[in-house]
Ligand binder design. Structure first.
Ligand SMILES: [Zn+2]
Length: 412
């Protein structure tokens, strides 16, 4: 993240955006905007302002914000993966194939996405001369998170805190660059290492004049031109870092990858970028008095919802209330705050139930089939039958008679 410019405005309107952009154009010396690419969170008033001031500039929309709007109407993990696959596709045929897959999965979701111009959100439509393949606007969110404490302070304190933050940040970046182990930064080094590993699956074949046809083991033929620094997968063209196909061709020539890396990633341009320092400023009590009247603050009106201190929740997040305190409370008990948690979405396919049923067994563990046989050793029943006692005809009538006699005697 390299902060270029920031401004405090009374309201986020088209006029204030135009004012800011005109100052930015003057500062950066932008002629026609073709050499610059902008990425935003698709603010409503910024888009018309950009079209007025910089109509030729490539204006990208953050794909995470696009997906948040998308999933308001089209939920499901399968649709999410298809949208991201279409955004990450680097060539036009691959983008078309991903969009066809989305159409097969959900025609409504495809209809929603096809209305949004792909030049704003898919790498397949991005121009290659910017050497920037960013899909996300995380940089602005990181900056906003860093200055969140300053945003509700009085204007001078707010601006002073932001200035100090940027001053320290620039100095730290400059110092960290001195400790780089290689000629490129650690993030770029890791990307190159990852691409080197993937290049082991590529077989380069020289066609002549530094042009190669590269076969990938798992399918696909790619055309690499080392002189023009291009590959037909367009990954090298988009970001300036050689893709695995290009690296396999570079290794075939026994050359150094750094010679083919875009110069923007090297140490010297990095140091040159962070070279100018933001000067330290003493506190107000040390400032010389000008003798002029103090500037009065402008009319202040709190805009609804401003300054925003809490991050706007995404559609998938819910607030989990704080747990109920125990009764009686232990002496060292501390109340726990409420938390935010992302809810995992269940796949619910309305049309293709068969697919859902196919997925189910993968999630279930196989039942154990080791069934112990039932014991068959049954002991034979004892066949020793005792002879039944033979009834004594002489005893029974007497007993009956006696009992009858006893009853009759008792009754008398
Ligand atoms: Zn490639």
């Amino acid at each position: 993240m390299f902060p270029l410019a920031y401004a405090v405005v009374e309201i986020e309107s088209k006029a204030s955006w135009i004012w800011f952009l005109e100052l930015l154009i003057a500062d950066l010396g932008i002629q026609n905007g073709l050499a610059w690419v902008f990425i935003s969170d698709k603010q409503k008033r910024l888009i018309p302002a950009m079209q007025t001031v910089l109509p030729n500039t490539e204006h990208r929309m953050c794909v995470r914000h696009l997906y948040n709007n998308f999933r308001g109407q089209h939920t499901g993990l399968a649709l999410k993966h298809l949208l991201w696959a279409a955004a990450r596709a680097t060539t036009l045929p691959w983008w078309e194939a991903e969009m066809d897959n989305l159409k097969k999965e959900d025609a409504d979701a495809w209809g929603w996405l096809i209305e949004r111009p792909a030049k704003n959100w898919s790498r397949s439509h991005f121009a290659t001369h910017y050497k920037c393949d960013l899909l996300l606007n995380n940089l602005c969110e990181s900056f906003n998170a860093a200055i969140i404490d300053a945003r509700d302070k009085p204007i001078l304190t707010c601006l002073e805190r932001i200035r100090m933050y940027i001053m320290i940040r620039m100095a730290n970046r400059r110092a960290s660059c001195q400790h780089w182990r290689y000629t490129v930064g650690p993030r770029i080094f890791n990307i190159i290492e990852k691409n080197k590993l993937a290049s082991s699956q590529c077989i380069p074949r020289l066609a002549g004049e530094k042009k190669y046809q590269v076969s990938q083991l798992y399918g696909g033929e790619f055309v690499v031109d080392l002189r023009a620094k291009t590959c037909s997968c367009r990954r090298w063209d988009l970001c300036g870092i050689p893709c695995p196909h290009a690296i396999s061709a570079i290794f075939h020539r026994n050359e150094d990858i750094e010679d083919y890396l875009d110069k923007l990633y090297k140490k010297d341009p990095y140091l040159k970028t962070y070279g100018p320092i933001i000067g330290p400023v003493p506190s107000i009590d040390q400032w010389p008095r000008s003798g002029l009247l103090a500037i009065k603050p402008p009319n202040f009106k709190i805009q609804p919802g401003r300054p925003r201190k809490v991050r706007t929740k995404e559609p998938g997040e819910v607030e989990i209330p704080a747990p109920v305190p125990p009764n009686p409370k232990p002496p060292n008990w501390k109340p726990q705050p409420a938390r935010l948690r992302r809810i995992f979405i269940k796949i619910r396919c309305k049309l293709k139930k068969a697919k859902l049923q196919l997925l189910k067994p993968r999630l279930q563990l196989p039942k154990p089939k080791l069934m112990l046989p039932k014991p068959k050793l049954q002991l034979p029943k004892p066949k020793i039958m005792l002879p039944k006692p033979k009834p004594n005809p002489k005893l029974k009538p007497k007993a009956k008679l006696k009992s009858f006699m006893q009853i009759s005697k008792q009754g008398q």
